[in-house]
Design a binder for this molecule. Structure first.
Ligand SMILES: *Cc1c(COP(=O)(O)O)cnc(C)c1O
Length: 387
C-alpha cells in the first residue's frame, strides 16, 4: 500500500539517536535546548519550548494564555480533534468558525461575522486556534486584525505547516499570533516519533510554558518565594505536567530539521506534478495564492457532489483507490460531527462549508520518499476512473 504520508529516516537520523543512547543523558540533556534554538532560528521566533506532542503543546499554550472555566476557545471544524480538545482540558468551552470554501482554512469573514454577534451576546472567545490546514497558511493578517479589535489571543496550530511561508516570512515567527504549535508525529513534515513544540515571542509566556511542561517546577531563584535552601533546591510554583521530550527525540529532530528544506522542495515538486497531471479532471485541486507558500503536508483534491458528476464520487473513488493499494485518506471528519461534540449540542448543518468539504475531500499520497513511479501509478489510477 502506498500510504498518504510517511516519515523519511536516513542513516544520519539513526546515527544521531544512537549517539544519544551511548551518552550520559537520555532526557533533560543538551539536545533539547539545541533543538529548540534551531527551530526558533529557522522560524524567526524568540522562544521555542519542546514538548512530547502537539496536543501537549496546545494544552500548554492554552494554559499559558490563561484559558479556564467559563472561557470560550474557537477553532475550525476541519482539523484534527486536538485543535479543539485543548480547550476542554482547561475546562473552557469550544465553538467553531466555518471554513473558507476555496482554501479549506478558517474563514476570516465568518470569524468577523461571528465575533460581531458574540460581542452583542457577551460570548467573545479568549483564544482562537487557527489551523494551517494541509500546510497552507491561513489568512493571518486579517485574523490578527480582528484579534486587536476584539481582544482575543491567537494560537496557530501549525502541525501541518513547518516550512510553509506567509507573505514571504516563515510560519512560526509569531508575527500574527501569541503562540505557534508544531507536531513531530511521523506523518507530519519532520518527526521525533512523538513530539511537539510551542513558539512564542513573549518572554513571560515562554517562562510559563517551561513551567507547565515540567510539573510547574523551577530551579530559577528569581522565580522562587524566598531563598533557595541549597544547590538541590527547586520549587513548584504552579500546577504543571510531565510533557517533556526526550534527548533521543530531540537529536532526531535536529537531524530531521537539517533535511527539512530538502523535504519541502520534494513536497512542492510532487504537488506541482499532481497539479499538472490532474488539472483536466472533474475535481478541484488545492488552492494557491500569492503570499501563501504551503508546506504541502497534504494534497487534498475535492470531488464535486455526485449529482454534478457521477464519476467524481468521493466514496467510490476512495474505495477504488484503496482496492488499487493506494492509501488515500479523508482529512478531516468535522470535529463538531464527532459524537463527543454532538453530545455538547453541536449538530449537522451548523458549519455547511466544513460539511461540504468533508463530503468531497480526498487526500492523495504525498511524502518526500514517494517515487516517480509511485506517483505516476497514483495519477494513472485516478485518471482512468475520472475520464
Ligand atoms: C497531528 C495534529 C495534531 C496533534 O499532533 P500530535 O503531535 O499527534 O499530538 C494537532 N493538530 C493538527 C492540525 C494535527 O494535524
Amino acid at each position: 500500500m502506498i500510504s498518504y504520508g510517511r516519515q523519511s529516516i536516513n542513516e544520519d537520523d539513526i546515527a544521531a539517536v544512537v549517539e544519544v543512547l551511548r551518552g550520559e543523558f537520555l532526557t533533560q540533556g543538551q539536545q533539547i535546548p539545541l533543538f529548540e534554538a534551531k527551530i526558533a532560528a529557522y522560524c524567526g521566533a524568540n522562544y521555542a519550548i519542546a514538548v512530547n506532542s502537539a496536543t501537549s503543546a496546545l494544552h500548554c499554550a492554552c494554559l499559558a494564555l490563561g484559558l479556564g472555566v467559563g472561557d470560550y476557545l474557537w477553532t475550525t471544524p476541519i482539523s484534527f480533534v486536538a485543535s479543539a480538545n485543548c480547550a476542554l482540558y482547561c475546562g473552557a468551552k469550544v465553538d467553531f468558525v466555518d471554513i473558507d470554501k476555496a482554501t479549506g482554512n478558517l474563514s476570516a469573514d465568518a470569524l468577523a461575522a461571528k465575533l460581531a454577534q458574540a460581542a452583542k451576546d457577551g460570548t467573545l472567545p479568549k483564544i482562537v486556534v487557527v489551523v494551517h490546514m494541509t500546510g497552507l497558511p491561513a489568512d493571518m493578517a486579517a485574523i490578527h486584525a480582528l484579534s486587536q479589535i476584539y481582544g482575543f489571543a491567537v494560537i496557530e496550530d501549525a502541525s501541518h505547516a513547518i516550512g510553509a511561508s506567509y507573505q514571504g516570512e516563515m510560519i512560526g515567527n509569531c508575527r500574527y499570533s501569541d503562540c505557534v504549535v508544531f507536531s513531530f508525529h511521523p506523518v507530519k513534515l519532520i518527526t521525533t516519533g512523538e513530539g511537539g513544540m510551542v513558539l512564542t515571542n513573549r518572554q513571560g509566556l515562554s517562562q510559563r510554558l517551561q513551567l507547565l511542561r515540567s510539573h510547574g517546577i523551577t530551579r530559577d531563584p528569581s522565580q522562587m518565594q524566598g531563598e533557595p535552601e541549597g544547590a538541590w533546591y527547586y520549587q513548584q510554583i504552579t500546577l504543571g505536567y510531565n510533557y517533556r521530550m526526550t534527548d533521543m527525540q530531540a537529536a532526531l529532530g535536529i537531524s530531521q530539521l537539517k533535511r527539512l528544506p530538502e523535504f519541502i522542495a520534494k513536497r512542492r515538486a510532487i504537488a506541482a506534478y499532481y497539479d499538472l497531471a490532474l488539472h483536466d479532471l472533474p475535481v478541484s485541486l488545492p488552492w494557491r495564492g500569492e503570499g501563501y507558500e504551503s508546506a504541502w503536508h497534504l494534497y487534498v483534491i475535492r470531488c464535486p457532489s455526485q449529482e454534478k458528476n457521477p464519476k467524481a464520487n468521493r466514496n467510490q473513488l476512495f474505495q477504488d483507490m484503496r482496492q488499487a493499494d493506494i492509501g488515500v485518506n479523508v482529512h478531516y471528519i468535522p470535529i463538531h460531527r464527532q459524537p463527543y461534540y454532538q453530545a455538547m449540542g453541536f449538530q449537522a448543518g451548523m458549519f455547511p462549508h466544513a460539511e461540504a468539504y468533508y463530503q468531497e475531500a480526498l487526500t492523495l499520497p504525498l511524502y518526500p520518499d514517494l517515487s516517480q513511479d509511485q506517483q505516476d501509478y497514483v495519477i494513472a489510477e485516478l485518471r482512468r476512473r475520472l475520464i
